[in-house]
Design a protein. Sequence first.
Length: 371
Amino acid sequence: MRLLDRYLLRELLAPLGYCLCGLLMLCIFADLSAEFGRLSEKGLKLPDILEYYAAITPEFVVLVLPIALLLALLYTLANLSRHNELTAMRAAGVSLWRLCVPYLAVGLSAGAALFVLNELCVPNCSQAAEQIRNRHAPGLAAPRQVRDLGFVNARDRRTWQFAAYDPSTGAMTNVLILWTLPDGSSRWLKAERAGRVRGVWTLYNLREYRDDPRSNSLLVPTLQTNLLAFPEFAETLEEINSDINLTYSSSLHNARKADIPLTEILRYLQLHPNPARADRDALYTKMQGRLAAPWTCVVVVLIAIPFGAVSGRRNVFVGVASSLLICFAYFILQQVGLVYGTTGRLPAWLAAWAPNLSFGLAGLLLTAKVR
């Protein structure tokens, strides 16, 4: 790494750390002021509250990281311009594009960190925070169970219903499975409980009923046993949990919710190869939005450079203000695109990627015009 790159990075990373910490504290204090009453009602003490906010900090990092990068880069460029350091570097034969390399590297690194946080940390942190929240609530501190729900496996034409389900072990009670066979007939499986034994679904105290689509006869009992394994049942716990999370969550058709990881979306699509059009639009928009979100950090770098690298004190102030307004418009357009994609008024890829492509290209063109 050249000495110039190290200098530019050092000038950027310190303000980035300050901006990130400041915005995180602002988010935490704002959330605490709104949630303190509810947290107190649940019996949480100061150590519990500190642990709760430590658990949800990755959610706040995902929100504020692009903004912190924008503010830090604008401050750094304005500081370099005010002391004529950018002018001296360019007079020494270093092009503006070469000066942008370390900043773009930081943008790419921040985008990669944002992607990892979104996909690996935030979903687990949300569950951990919910457990802390309900730690002192009677009956809620125990492992989470799903009650009186079910899921549909459209791939294998099976519908499951149950009275209770443990997402961590797969244990079910009062299970009813409707299984449509290739010939059109149905198998109805009623069991007191079900679970996975050595990776195979096993039903206990099972009663089986069948019907014949070629006649109007009622269901006929065909089997009764205390235990029966079904190695042909290919449903995994991850697929079931993803289906339940997406089907019974308000996040699916809420364009402002970005809390569905790519893995859950892909598992849901494996179980539902041909979802309804409304679900398909929402799922593919969210999937494309998750892929496009990390590039926000690169786009804010491209927007900040042409406005922050101008010469003259007045021009620096105008450039910083203009950059903030443009980024504000960029973030609004992101949300509008997700809304239009979720409701099917725009293709999913266009709704998710259009803001990145348009504002990123505009940043490149404006950088090329900087003198």
